[in-house]
Ligand binder design. Structure first.
Ligand SMILES: [Zn+2]
Length: 269
């Protein structure tokens, strides 16, 4: 294995939980095993959901876990001053512009409700594909056209050979939101490429996101992302088998920390 350049990418939308810790510790372990660098990248693009205490909680949680990172902010102040995604919005729009040049981008005014009325599982039904709305149309998102039979294949280090039919799973997906903010896929891909990330550790709930980002990377010839190593791990669940939420409950790192649980116990569970 060549040196691992990976990142922790928490969203400050709530309290970190054991599942986040599992993800962080897995990435940290890879860097320690193979050498390389670990970057902290806080996904604060969506300011409406952002609360300063949750940014601070990320640093408190990582320090408690004993994780050391070499790139990115060392504390909340440095995050806001130098590393916030808000500062990188122009770069994300550059990527969107490059995609527009491909001619496969269209404006879409559908609401979430309208999409769900047509497709119960939320796949975009292609409603605005051929409406030819101008790209600057008011209150419109931008989507990229995903042709039928777009099969994305990659090898995952944990799950093995992956094959995802992107048209059937998510369909034409958003690259710029109605509020003009870049979509998650755009910000994540831009940062991974700009930061020289060659290893991506994320939960298995993001397999389709990875497929969408590989689709974009291929269009834009972003080879570092196309050749990255992917580790999609299983998600930790609560005692009832449900996905952990970012509440301050007993799965939160804050609760564990304050109740004398040791970080080593997280990986053991
Ligand atoms: Zn639409």
């Amino acid at each position: 294995m060549p040196p691992v350049h990976t990142r922790l990418a928490p969203t400050p939308s709530g309290y970190l939980h054991k599942g986040n810790a599992y993800n962080f510790l897995l990435a940290y372990r890879l860097v320690r095993q193979y050498g390389g660098t670990l970057r902290l990248r806080i996904d604060d693009l969506d300011v409406l959901r952002l609360q300063p205490e949750h940014v601070q909680e990320i640093f408190d949680g990582l320090n408690w876990l004993g994780i050391q990172w070499q790139r990115g902010p060392v504390n909340a102040e440095e995050h806001y001053a130098c590393h916030s995604r808000q500062l990188r919005i122009p770069y994300y729009h550059q990527l969107i512009e490059q995609l527009i040049v491909t001619g496969e981008i269209f404006a879409c005014t559908c609401s979430r409700r309208e999409i769900h009325e047509q497709q119960a599982h939320g796949r975009y039904p292609g409603t605005c594909r051929h409406r030819n709305l101008p790209l600057h149309y008011p209150n419109a998102a931008l989507r990229i056209l995903v042709p039928e039979n777009t099969i994305i294949r990659f090898t995952d280090k944990i799950k093995g050979e992956i094959s995802i039919d992107l048209a059937k799973s998510i369909g034409d997906f958003v690259i710029r939101r109605k509020d003009r903010l870049p979509a998650y896929h755009i910000a994540s891909l831009t940062d991974d490429v700009d930061h020289g990330i060659n290893t991506i550790v994320r939960g298995e709930d993001l397999l389709e996101s990875t497929a969408a980002q590989l689709f974009l990377a291929k269009k834009l010839n972003l080879q570092t992302f196309e050749t990255a190593h992917f580790y999609h791990h299983h998600l930790l669940t609560d005692d009832e088998g449900k996905k952990l939420s970012k509440s301050a409950g007993s799965a939160s790192l804050k609760w564990l920390r304050e109740n004398g649980i040791l970080p080593e116990e997280i990986m053991a569970r």
